[in-house]
Design a binder for this molecule. Sequence first.
Ligand code: ZN
Length: 348
Amino acid sequence: MLTQLIPAADFLKLTLDNPDGLAPFQFTLDNGTSVQVWDSGVICFEPYGATNEDVVLSCGVHGNETAPIEICAAIVKDILNERLAPSVRLLVLFGNPPAINAGSREITENLNRLFSGHHSKGAGLINAERRRAKALEQYVSQFYQQSRVTNQATRNRSLYDLHTAIRGSRFEKFAVCPFLHGKPWRKAEFAFLAACDVHTVLLMQTPATTFSYYASNEHEAHSFTIELGKVKPFGQNDMARFGRADSSLRALIRNEPVKAGAFDAEKFNMYKVYRSIVKQTQDFKLHFANDIENFTSYPPGTLLATDGDIEYRVEQEGEALIFPNAKVAIGQRAMLMVVPASVADNLA
Ligand code: ZN
């Protein structure tokens, strides 16, 4: 039956053959796992036994970020082939199927700037990415609300949105922790990141339009945007570099105690946002090499960018730059400046 519904257990192929939508269907595996396909790129697994864990894994929110797509596609295939039996409720999302097909970051708009209702602001639901952002929010809401345990307070929600960065990074892997509105950072979550070989965390200080902030703010999910390395085309990723992330995600899905490792602040590079540089004119220009790595820092006073008459220089010792992109639209963030930070004062 499975081979008729999802040929070769290849849900990514089924998704990419039907990028604009898929009629829902469901079936049960021999091991009792319930499988529900909700849409193109949206597949939900319910384990046979009871669980308090609701895990969302997303990839392909940027269509050319292939390594996380390959990791998630292999996980789904192994679940469908009963080589991996989930012990948690699991929703796997392939974010932007048309962009994955096109091998591009986006078709018309950056999907990861459209969450928390921004899909419907301004001109409204005018393109596929805006409609997809709204649909993904609805699927995440449906997933977190639909559970076998009636006492919602006992449930542990998480969402890991997997990406790869456009440029290289001084720290190859890093996570972005959305703004928590004063709620404590979680040792167990940092321990999970460490298990994924992620030892650098950027702590955001303001609300954002990202998927991870949406999950954290709307659903109180423990949530991160995880950057696993540099963008490469399909088939050109050295999957060995993602081995620890892959095995930790699989352990999470089997509900093994992957989050129980001790948190050691000494082993982390924690940064917080110091300032966000927004492009204001067409003349915005970066004054460093194009292939600069994320988290590069320069001495105070160094000229970083000009924007018409405005000059941006390094203001603080240790200030580092991240996500520089002069090509963004006017009014969008062209670069973030970050400084070393500590989480010691608000850790649970
Ligand atoms: Zn991305």
